[in-house]
Design a protein around this ligand. Structure first.
Ligand code: SAM
Length: 329
């Protein structure tokens, strides 16, 4: 069997790397309200360590890397990491997830470092609501950052919108209109109950199907065939729109059978499934001078331990222990 194929015949080609657990926002759905425990700097993987893991992962057949966080743009010299990852030969696709607060000044350096695709989290188009959701009054910074990213040439620019009833479900048409006016790919993400003590309540959850049927009253949504860059999103477009609409339905239409991901947390844990807390420590062996072959074995173990699906286990326990800000999404 090929080294990156798991027990359920899924080919694992996508590594999501969290470069920090720190974030300059405090989003209600992502960061625990009271007990946010930050890692000591000594416990965060260095760029050299991250690069070593990515390099070995490519030798196992990984082709796609996303750099995430916390907020990756706040880590010192992040652009250098990006440039180094872009130089790793076997990587076919590299992207960054950001909240966009620092994008205005960093979009160009990131583009020059080799990144072409970017995901920006933006859950509301209302500046006051933005401050309520994220805890910071930064809407204009993100908006200006998006404009610079567009001008610099990023494509696609995806906007991640966590759909929350009573919070942003009154803005569906504004987002729909944005997808018509701008070349942005709006991704509605189902709100997941992550992080104990978090803000998630069953009443706040809205399924993708409900959003889609509301958007169909704005205009007809035309299905777009899947592409390699689309990931698990089901994609649509309004007639004559410059951008598109996508739905990421981790709860209502879970995509475990086609999951191709492995995650590396900022503190050096390989996480086989987003929503399961079983992890494999790779930092200790790395710091004890393990060989490339040992690293390969650990990555293979993580691939082998990918559960068939998160659903049963996750829904039984309700929430996973790590908050999203410490996983990376
Ligand atoms: N700081 C970066 C950002 O804002 O995109 C990267 C990290 S953030 C954890 C990655 C993604 O996870 C964001 O798009 C965010 O919306 C999503 N996310 C966080 N908590 C979530 C939750 N409870 N349910 C669904 N998506 C969530």
């Amino acid at each position: 069997m090929s080294p990156n194929v798991d027990h359920y015949n899924r080919r694992i080609t996508y590594l999501r790397v969290s470069v920090t657990d720190r974030c300059n926002l405090r989003c209600i759905y992502c960061t625990p309200v009271n007990d946010l425990k930050l890692l000591d700097h000594a416990n965060i993987l260095s760029y050299e360590e991250i690069l070593k893991v990515i390099q070995v992962a490519t030798e196992l057949g990984m082709k796609k890397v996303r750099l995430t966080g916390g907020e990756p743009l706040i880590r010192k010299n992040f652009v250098h990491l990006v440039a180094s990852v872009c130089r790793i030969p076997r990587i076919e696709d590299i992207s960054v997830s950001t909240n966009g607060v620092l994008l205005k000044k960093m979009a160009r350096p990131l583009f020059e470092a080799g990144i072409r695709r970017i995901n920006v989290s933006l859950d509301t188009l209302n500046p006051r609501k933005y401050a309520m959701v994220t805890g910071r009054d930064c809407f204009d910074d993100v908006w200006e950052g998006l404009e610079v990213a567009e001008a610099v040439g990023f494509s696609p620019i995806k906007l991640n919108v966590v759909a929350m009833r009573g919070i942003n479900d009154d803005e569906l048409f504004q987002f729909a209109d944005l997808s018509v006016q701008k070349p942005y790919h709006i991704r509605f993400i189902e709100y997941m109950p992550i992080a104990r003590g978090g803000n998630w309540r069953p009443q706040k959850y809205i399924s993708s199907d409900e959003i889609k049927s509301k958007l169909n009253t704005f205009g007809s949504l035309h299905k777009i065939p899947r592409s390699i860059h689309a990931g698990p999103a089901r994609r649509y477009r309004f007639k004559s729109a410059r951008g598109e609409i996508g739905f990421i339905s981790a709860l209502s239409h879970h995509f475990c059978p086609s999951c191709n991901r492995l995650r590396l947390t900022a503190d050096g844990k390989l996480r086989p499934c987003l929503l399961a807390d079983d992890e494999i420590d790779i930092k200790t062996p790395l710091r004890n001078g393990c060989s490339q072959e040992d690293l390969k074995r650990l990555l293979s173990k993580a691939i082998a331990e990918k559960p068939r699906e998160h659903h049963a286990e996750f829904l039984k326990r309700g929430q996973c222990l790590r908050p999203m800000v410490a996983i990376g999404g």
